[in-house]
Design a protein around this ligand. Structure first.
Ligand code: SF4
Length: 217
């Protein structure tokens, strides 16, 4: 941000290795990271070639009090200006294969739908957290930048094996309103201790659930 330019590829690699060292990872994680580094280098080189917007802000934690005493927090990766009317874009960097998210995002319209990709809800959450009318800045879009390459070519979704992809999505006030409604509904269920067992085991949800061992015994 100070120099108005992305750091060199050498610096990127140096920082990656240093962070891995500081995290004190074991041998198998280290090996996995070093394999990932090869793709990360290709992705970063592409950023250098294409150029990247100068950030307005990086990695800031945001907190907002909502109705029903909900304290909502989140931390964005990057915010950049788009145009000069106070419009900004939130950028979120994603690891993991982009394929399934790109396909799911294509069909994600209703935030309350089970089929809606979580990444879309996350972008809406950033707008909810970031927008403050008195600052004159407002989020009008969110960008998901995948740093892992596409696994399989699917022309319909613009996926090309081995390429890197980013997806920018307009984020509106109406989406924020709907998302706030969802938050309140979920929070009210939590307060009533309503944690209904799903009618069927669901890999996507139950695998992350701390009650899995009890619920599916
Ligand atoms: S394991 Fe968790 S998410 Fe899955 S049905 Fe049980 S309580 Fe719900």
């Amino acid at each position: 941000m100070n120099e108005g330019a992305l750091p060199s590829l050498e610096y990127f690699v140096e920082q990656f290795l240093q962070e891995m060292h500081w995290q004190g990872v074991d041998q198998s994680i280290r090996q996995g990271c070093l394999t990932k580094l090869e793709d990360a280098k290709k992705w970063y080189q592409q950023q250098l070639d294409q150029g990247s917007n100068k950030p307005l802000e990086l990695e800031r934690k945001l907190t907002k009090k909502l109705q029903e005493s909900i304290v909502f927090t989140g931390q964005f990766d990057k915010v950049e200006a788009v145009g000069n009317q106070g419009e900004v874009r939130v950028v979120d960097y994603k690891t993991g294969e982009p394929d399934k998210h790109i396909k799911a995002l294509d069909k994600s319209e209703d935030l309350s739908s089970e089929e809606c990709d979580d990444y879309l809800r996350q972008l809406v959450a950033y707008k909810l957290l970031y927008d403050r009318p008195h600052r004159g800045l407002r989020v009008t879009s969110g960008s998901l930048v995948f740093i892992d390459p596409i696994k399989t070519t699917v022309k319909k979704y613009g996926l090309e094996e081995g390429a890197f992809i980013s997806k920018t999505i307009p984020i509106t006030e109406a989406m924020v309103k709907q998302y706030e409604g969802l938050l309140q509904k979920v929070w009210s269920n939590v307060r009533k201790l309503e944690f209904a067992r799903l009618p069927e085991y669901d890999d996507k949800k139950c695998d992350y659930c701390p009650y899995k061992g009890v619920c599916w015994r």
